[in-house]
Design a protein around this ligand. Structure first.
Ligand code: MOS
Length: 760
């Protein structure tokens, strides 16, 4: 078994790898666990795992939550960035004189290094008294470009003789290979062999709130309000870029309208805002436009994945191979092989992955990078393979899914949740209603049901820190330098603190979204709740211990005999001996801080893996090629759910994105201009409420107490992973041909139907 990991190309994916996968220095943060407690029944909680409305829900829906663009500082200037219209060019000269001379313009910056590699790359920037003046100033900047040959079609970029995108390396680069067993032998042992190719398009994150930053200086101290998934990472990135101490940088994120991976690191425009602010000695705000969002702050890499596999007639997999060509513009593509390597226990596996450069903006992690595309191909393949084997696709999965890490590390951690997801999900959708043979129905409108599987890693990250501050007046503050990217982190912190202290969520004042608060990693890799909640729990347990000591002293009892209930402490052995919380808190005399840490974790990351199975029912109009999703069931093993209400929202949001990508979303590049033709929300289609069916979210009961003090795992990315695949498989079940390419636009559906007709 050999696994060679190539260095990732592109800063944001590197950042993601390091932070979320723990492949950097942080890998050492994983600590081995000596004894593994037996998985038993889950503890009975009062609030955890129940429904709690968002503590900030009212504020958000009434428009009082402050997003970056709502923040107004005294004397604030408008910053704007001039971007290259060319996909490849030499920048011969930049003349800033006219812009600089315009009244109301306070600073102008040349940002180019002389070369442009994608349309939308920054060239110059201005700061002016208002937006209008800034726009006028941009128009006055004279840039002389020498346009160069470019390529914005990844298949053409892959050909010999294509314009070379990077100056120092060819357009095609190996990014990953993996091997276990012997693929040739596995294919030779097989009784049925199948090969299929699947394609996924480029998706734009299109966060509701576009990226934005406000920078302001007080002497040597920089404060930045940023729409970010990672206040600490942006702080460190700014300090590096500006060559200043990280201690002098504070990054604040209050509320955010989505990130999905596009807001993980420090952005170029954030650095520009800081530079313009330093020069003008006034706060500077830069907000990106919807068009900018399509050009220069990330996209999901394109993939073309060819899977070849072999199995015995009874469905036992003997060989599984993948060749992936992926493209993330001037950045790296995504490795899509993890689902294929980890979900099924095939002994012979071979993977080769290549990234292709082209002249479009760099990719960024996009909600379950690699896994979303990988699941679409792998799970589509499993359905086509099931047909070739004459098997029920669910049976084929059940026969082959793995409960162990690749190759088995010998550690006793295993998945206990996937079987339950398959079973409970299948019951909820009515699996027996599917076409036993894909495409068996007749008539213009055909219905079908599909399934798809997900696995998502949960890797080691540096321990999250959280503080609980208890005040003598009885108030409680939960503080953590994490950020709520929309999943409900404030509520989760309040729920866990309240549960542990015997209070109500509204009794807890939550503070987050500030890099001056205790460290928490980027909100990426679905690690926010499973790292923040245990840290708050840890602080809460410590606080409770202290409170019980104080109560015991007052009640003349032993601390272990103290029970906390209804904001009262009482003595187990003497029921009339009670004291109110307030009287105990007062004994703290001053505010007292309890530091919480995320507990150590086993060194087998498989223990943190989350599992899921999605089931979709669709109807296909075989005359127009239009697909409607009728019903959807998502079953997940994410360990202990902290709040069922926000967890359900997370699942519904992910399914909305999955359906959207399955049916509509794709950036389309114009080969003559090198620009996208749909950099807006009119031409780039996104699912609306009318496209989203009745959805059931199931959280299966699995107790994994060794994961952390709450047994909680991630749920940010997991429901995004199989959602496009489940829809595509339902279409396959309906019409008997797999469309094999997302988005499954009507022309693609009709083409697939024609090919089926023609017997190709
Ligand atoms: Mo992400 S793609 O973990 O925000």
């Amino acid at each position: 078994m050999a696994r060679k990991t190539f260095v990732d190309i592109g800063d944001s994916s590197r950042l993601y790898q390091d932070e979320a996968r723990g492949t950097g220095d942080q890998a050492g943060a994983q600590t081995p666990v000596a004894a593994v407690p037996a998985a038993g029944a889950r503890p009975a909680y009062r609030l955890i795992g129940k429904r709690t409305a968002r503590v900030d829900g009212r504020k958000i829906v009434t428009g009082r939550a402050e997003y970056t663009q709502d923040i107004k500082l005294k004397g604030m200037l408008s910053g704007k960035i001039l971007r290259s219209p060319h996909a490849a060019a030499e920048v011969v000269s930049v003349d800033l004189a006219a812009a600089r001379a315009l009244p109301g313009v306070l600073a102008v910056l040349n940002l180019t290094d002389g070369r442009v590699r994608y349309a939308g790359q920054q060239v110059a920037a201005v700061a002016a008294v208002n937006e209008k003046t800034a726009d006028r100033a941009l128009a006055l900047i004279k840039v002389e470009y020498k346009p160069l040959p470019f390529v914005v079609d990844w298949e053409k970029a892959k050909e010999t003789g294509a314009p070379q995108v990077q100056s120092d390396r060819p357009n095609v680069q190996a990014i990953n290979d993996y091997k276990r067993g012997d693929i040739e032998q596995g294919l030779a042992e097989a009784e049925v062999v199948l090969e299929r190719t699947y394609r996924t398009g480029s998706e734009i994150h299109n966060t509701t709130e576009t990226h934005g930053s406000i920078a302001t200086w007080e002497g040597e101290q920089l404060t930045v309000y940023d729409s970010t998934q990672a206040v600490h990472s942006v702080r460190d990135g700014l300090a590096r870029a500006l060559k200043m101490p990280a201690a002098n940088v504070t990054v604040i994120k209050k509320y955010m309208g989505g990130g999905f991976g596009s807001k993980l690191g420090v952005n170029e425009h954030t650095i520009v805002a800081a530079l313009l602010s330093r020069e003008t000695e006034r706060p500077v705000k830069i907000l990106l436009s919807r068009r900018d969002n399509a050009l220069c702050v990330g996209n999901r890499p394109i993939t073309q994945q060819t899977i070849k596999a072999g199995a015995k007639k009874d469905g036992t997999l003997t060989a599984l191979s993948l060749v992936n060509y992926t493209c993330g513009g001037v950045g790296s593509g995504d490795r899509t092989s993890e689902p294929l390597i980890d979900i099924y226990k095939c002994p012979n596996v071979k993977v080769d992955e290549w990234t292709v450069f082209m002249n479009t903006g760099a990719s960024r992690p996009t909600r379950a990078p690699g896994h979303t595309q990988g699941a679409f191909a792998l799970e589509g393949f499993m359905d086509e393979f099931a047909s070739a084997l004459g098997m029920d696709p669910l049976e084929l999965r059940k026969k082959n899914y793995s409960t162990r890490n690749r190759g088995d590390t010998g550690l006793p951690y295993s998945s206990k949740g996937l079987d339950k997801c398959y079973e409970q999900g299948a019951n909820a959708i009515g699996w027996e209603r599917r076409n036993k043979i894909p495409g068996a129905g007749s008539g213009r409108f055909r219905r079908g049901i599909g399934v798809a599987t997900s696995i998502w890693f949960g890797a080691g990250v540096p321990g999250t820190l959280a503080d609980l501050v208890l005040y003598p007046d009885g108030s409680v503050e939960a503080v953590c330098g994490t950020q709520d990217i929309g999943c409900g982190t404030r509520t989760h912190m309040a729920v866990v603190a309240a549960e542990t202290l015997g209070l109500e969520p509204r009794d807890i004042t939550v503070k987050l979204g500030n890099s001056d608060y205790p460290y928490a990693p980027s909100s990426g890799g679905s690690l926010t709740t499973p790292s923040v909640a245990p840290a708050v729990r840890d602080a809460g347990l410590k606080a409770m211990e202290r409170l019980k000591q104080l109560a015991a002293r007052k009640l003349e009892a032993k601390p272990e005999d103290i029970i906390a209930e209804n904001k009262t402490f009482r003595v187990r052995t003497a029921p009339d001996k009670t004291i109110a919380y307030a009287d105990v808190f007062r004994d703290l005399r001053r505010e007292t801080v309890f530091h919480g840490e995320r507990s150590g974790m086993p060194n087998d990351k498989f223990a943190f893996n989350t599992f899921g199975a999605h089931f979709a029912e669709v109807e296909v109009d075989t005359e127009t090629g239009r697909i409607r999703v009728l019903k959807y069931v998502a079953a997940h093993d994410s360990g202990q759910i902290i709040n069922v209400q926000t967890a359900e929202s997370q699942v519904i949001g992910a399914i909305t994105q999955g359906i959207s990508t399955a049916l509509f979303e794709e950036r389309v590049m114009d080969e003559t201009t090198g620009n996208p033709v749909n950099p807006n929300l009119r031409d780039y289609k996104i699912a609306t409420s009318l496209d989203i069916p009745e959805t059931t979210a199931i959280f299966v009961e699995v107790s994994d107490p060794y994961i952390n003090n709450l047994g909680t795992k991630g749920l940010g990315e997991p429901p995004r992973i199989p959602s496009s695949a489940a829809v595509a498989n339902a279409v396959y079940n309906a019409v008997g041909v797999h469309v094999k390419e997302i988005p499954m636009t009507p022309p693609r559906v009709l083409r697939a139907l024609e090919e089926k007709e023609a017997g190709r």
